[in-house]
Design a binder for this molecule. Structure first.
Ligand code: MN
Length: 750
């Protein structure tokens, strides 16, 4: 076999291999295209792969009737447009052999190489994944796809080329299958190509999907675009000429200017998004100016803007701020004297390369340096991809993972600034709180307020490109459940979730210890003594938990019942307090308990130390009139007597409660909420917080926003001892000149 293509006698492939003029023609085309960018490479492997593939696929044919081997050859030809390396091309030719023929991975390794084997292995694995859009399976499958990417990004590029060729030849498929494949392509593969920056493949995939899924729409657009073909071509030539002449006037040497109609799917999307008819669309064409240097890009932009008025808000500088997939260009839309807007992209030749080939242009592809391995190392350039890899190891739940990936794979980016001028890249619709978590987890978790362009805004406010964002924090702040509704980035969501989980666990542990302890008292022991015996182990076993801590958390959470569990350890006859009526509250009436001081400052039916908790709807304070309700597994919940929620509750569960004497106030730790309305003036927040501190109250949460009438609304969650202290705090804040109003509010800051 010879590697000089001109001398290839392709007839040697015929006969035994089942090749024909069609397949040989494709083979010659492939070799010619490789030669164009790898003039000196030894192409024996390509020839060998062709023979190997032809031999194994012999007798198989595509739906079109052509020999099967035409498909893998076409896939390899697509990959040459991205200047892919030889191993990828060999793998492309072999990509269906293991899946569809008797060939094994071992055969491939012996005949070719380990890297080729690994690529084919990756492709075979991906091909087993069938994506079912918007269904459960999608999550797990997507995860597998990403895993394949992690092992070697080339696998995904080959897969994209495979899908592109299948889409090109989809007309031969049965209708139902056609639509499923097109939808899957639109849902997964086109966004993936977009994210990898391979715009050529992305556009073609989208157009083919449109053609398959909405044939009428496609035909309509196609007819309209080509209907005015001459008119359109003249228009493009005219505009290019004007730009070119103007650039030359300013000393540009041979600027390359060209125009082309936008792809059909983007026209279709524009019509859908803006609810426009085709006739109302003006910017059907995109013009490009390719120049030599970055400096020239900005100069060319100046020339264009001096000639035609730029449309406000349409200029984007992806040179200073490249997209995550490394895309760079200047984008602007200008208005021509006849009022027609045209879109112009300006870039260097090098940037153009990246725009066309995306990730593949950054391959670090060096055939001759064996020290540089392909694959993994190149991924470091793509921080988003690295991020996805991290999540996949962190997030065990496939749905959570998909949710994480979806946002970051399919969304466009915005660019905002820190007060110091650093650029932060976030997905579109990201909020102030997302920004805070992006800066640092610790900043995110302690955020109390945010400013956009020096104005206070709610934490949930969306950011827009160009915003300068400042985050205010307080060490006492903790995330609330509602924060989950205010973020869209996976990082923020995951951190908030895990923090909430941790807090939930701590709360449950506290309640669980108390419940277990009070049950243990009935058996003449307590939690400390109990923990020194072997009983905790036995208890964990009964509860089917791995340790006593999990048991306690389970009890506190209401998942486990302390009494039932203890019954298994202490047989009924040994119970030290016979004759007690069943019911949790009775336990606390036991004599050995009454000596202690009331821990929570509440007497239930005149009895101290009953497990109580304070209602989160009204947050009662020592000193005010209260009422109790028995809550299963959680003791007694204390409400204010005038709480509207309490009025709705089952009177059967109602129980009289009162604050235990004056010393209740010394126990501290009651939550209350204040809303301060003040003039939005510099320093007012500091004055209010110091007033609160002066009254010895603690701020556990704070939230700042500006009302519609431009007043500052400061919401605080405080920890106070009593009504008296709360009134003192209110009085103190009211004495601040810019404060207009202080109210106690029953709900938490939101
Ligand atoms: Mn294939």
């Amino acid at each position: 076999m010879t590697s000089v293509v001109e001398n290839v006698d392709t007839s040697v492939f015929e006969g035994e291999l089942g090749c024909c003029t069609t397949t040989n023609g494709l083979y010659v085309e492939l070799v010619t295209k490789i030669r164009a960018y790898l003039p000196d490479a030894n192409l024996d492997q390509i020839t060998k792969a062709y023979c190997f593939g032809a031999k194994y696929h012999k007798g198989q044919s595509r739906k079109s009737g052509e020999p099967y081997i035409t498909h893998p050859l076409e896939v390899a030809i697509i990959l040459t447009s991205m200047n892919m390396d030889l191993a990828s091309l060999v793998a492309a030719i072999l990509h269906d052999t293991v899946e569809d023929t008797d060939a094994t991975l071992e055969d491939i390794e012996t005949n070719f190489s380990k890297p080729v084997r690994d690529l084919v292995d990756g492709l075979t694995k991906i091909s087993k994944i069938t994506f079912r859009s918007k269904e459960e399976k999608l999550a797990e499958n997507f995860r597998k796809m990403v895993l394949a990417m992690a092992s070697d990004l080339r696998v995904v590029l080959i897969k994209l080329a495979d899908r592109l060729h299948n889409m090109r030849t989809i007309d031969n498929m049965p209708v139902e299958k056609k639509e499923r494949i097109a939808q899957e392509t639109l849902d997964i593969y086109a966004p993936l190509a977009n994210r990898l920056g391979i715009y050529g493949i992305k556009s073609e995939l989208e157009d083919l999907c449109l053609k398959t899924l909405k044939r009428d729409v496609y035909r309509d657009i196609s007819k309209k675009v080509s209907g005015k073909k001459d008119q359109r071509n003249n228009y493009i030539i005219d505009v290019c000429k004007i730009i070119e002449d103007e650039l030359k006037k300013y000393g540009f040497n041979l600027p390359y200017v060209y125009g082309r109609p936008k792809h059909f799917y983007s026209i279709y999307k524009k019509m859908m998004d803006r609810g426009l008819d085709f006739e109302d669309l003006h910017d059907l064409f995109a013009f490009r100016i390719i120049v030599d240097s970055v400096k020239d890009c900005y100069e060319a932009l100046g020339v264009v803007h001096a000639m035609w008025k730029p449309m406000p808000g349409r200029f984007k500088d992806y040179i200073a701020m490249p997209k995550a997939n490394l895309y760079q260009s200047l984008h602007t839309t200008v208005i021509r004297p006849n009022g027609e807007p045209i879109e112009i992209q300006i870039r260097t030749r090098e940037m153009h390369q990246t725009c066309e080939y995306g990730v593949a242009a950054h391959w670090g592809y060096k055939e001759k340096s064996p020290d540089k391995e392909h694959g993994g190392t190149d991924l470091t350039k793509f921080s988003w991809l690295r991020q996805i890899m991290e999540w996949q190891s962190e997030l065990k739940d496939p749905d959570e993972f998909l949710e994480a990936v979806k946002v970051d794979l399919f969304e466009e980016e915005i660019f905002v600034f820190t007060p110091k001028g650093d650029v932060v890249q976030l997905p579109i619709n990201a909020t102030c709180l997302d920004f805070a978590f992006h800066v640092h987890t610790e900043v995110g978790l302690t955020t109390v307020g945010a400013k956009i362009n020096s104005r206070m805004v709610p934490l949930k406010r969306d950011l827009k490109s160009g915003d300068i964002v400042e985050i205010l924090t307080s060490p006492n702040q903790k995330p609330g459940k509602d924060w989950l509704n205010w973020v869209i980035t996976s990082k923020a969501r995951n951190k908030i979730r895990s923090t909430l989980r941790e807090e939930q666990r701590n709360r449950s542990r506290k309640i669980g210890s108390e419940l277990l302890n009070s049950e243990l008292l009935k058996h003449g022991t307590n939690l400390d003594k109990f923990n020194k015996t072997k009983n905790p182990e036995a208890l964990s076993k009964f509860a089917k938990e791995s340790n006593i801590d999990d048991v306690i958390v389970g009890i506190g959470y209401g998942r486990l019942n302390a009494r039932d569990l203890l019954d298994k350890i202490y047989p009924k006859t040994e119970q030290t307090t016979p004759g007690l009526k069943p019911g949790r509250l009775d336990a606390e009436t036991h004599a050995n308990n009454t000596r202690k001081k009331a821990k929570n400052g509440i007497l239930v039916d005149g009895i101290e130390n009953v497990m109580v908790n304070f209602a989160k709807c009204c947050f009662p304070l020592p000193g005010e009139s209260v009422i109790g309700f028995i809550t299963r597994g959680r003791g007694v919940t204390i409400h204010r007597t005038n709480c509207s929620r309490a009025l709705d509750m089952d009177p059967q569960r109602r129980i009289a409660v009162q604050w235990a004497a004056e010393d209740a106030t010394k126990l501290g730790g009651h939550t209350t909420h204040l809303r301060v309305t003040a003039q939005d003036r510099h320093g007012v927040l500091a004055e209010v917080t110091s007033a609160i501190a002066l009254c010895n109250a603690n701020i556990s949460k704070a939230q700042i926003r500006i009302s519609d009438d431009l007043m500052g609304i400061l919401d605080f969650e405080l920890t106070v001892n009593s009504m008296t202290q709360m009134h003192a705090v209110i009085k103190k804040i009211e004495s601040i000149p810019s404060v207009v109003k202080v109210q106690r509010v029953s709900s938490k800051p939101d």
